[in-house]
Design a protein around this ligand. Sequence first.
Ligand SMILES: Nc1ncnc2c1ncn2[C@@H]1O[C@H](COP(=O)(O)OP(=O)(O)OP(=O)(O)O)[C@@H](O)[C@H]1O
Ligand SMILES: [Mg+2]
Length: 247
Amino acid sequence: MFELIKICKSFGNLRVLKSISIKIKSGIVTGLIGPNGSGKTSLVNIMSGIYPIDSGQILLDGNDISGAKSYQISRLGVFRTFQHIRIFERMTVIENIISAMISHESFSFYGFLAQVRNPEDPKVNIAQNILEIMEMENDSNLFAGDLSLPKRRRLEIARVLARDPKVILFDEPAGGMTPKETESLAHLINKNVAPGRTCLVIEHKMDLIAKVCEELCVINHGEKIAQGDPSVVFNQPEVIEAYLGKV
Ligand SMILES: Nc1ncnc2c1ncn2[C@@H]1O[C@H](COP(=O)(O)OP(=O)(O)OP(=O)(O)O)[C@@H](O)[C@H]1O
Ligand SMILES: [Mg+2]
């Protein structure tokens, strides 16, 4: 269980998160939705240790990780994807995955090249399995920068899988995708990525949320306005109002 307790975060005078409390259950996919600027990405930045909190507490499986840095949080098995895709455009797909497996502390460029170019290296085998999981097995030698947007987003997830995550925080994984592309990503997440893991998915695309999430949390202006079963939450008046304005 990932527990955010009374989290406050401001940037200068802008209060982005206002004593927000959310419990994210283990082993299921929770959706996080809210209008633009409501604080979703800030919340994920806090959960992944990128931003420090001003006050409040963060617990992971009961352990206080409130002041932990991002490298400490990743050691606990928590990884995330980015709203603006972060991959190495000029590396091949398989190089992108292998580079994610090597910890930053022990990274050596020549060691990396030796591993990537040695088909006997166990990391190459693991990377190929991950490519199969992400249904990208025929793309391993393409440059990441030449991939279509849906495949670039899948590669980012593949890089997360390379780090053996227990918890995955997705920031708009279907951003920029067509409904058909979104549907196939939802299918892939359900079949190959989410099982056995705790996931939080920020998304504006309700078709993805409806297909992958067992639980849904809605925030607005840095406060939680609803959480629970998606079909119930979608119909709550305060959620409809946050999205459509007062009727
Ligand atoms: N590093 C920062 N410095 C200053 N302001 C920031 C910073 N990060 C976020 N903000 C502000 O905090 C507010 C919430 O931003 P955030 O990115 O968390 O929203 P969001 O819910 O992810 O929105 P979107 O749906 O557009 O991605 C916005 O007003 C944003 O401008
Ligand atoms: Mg965002």
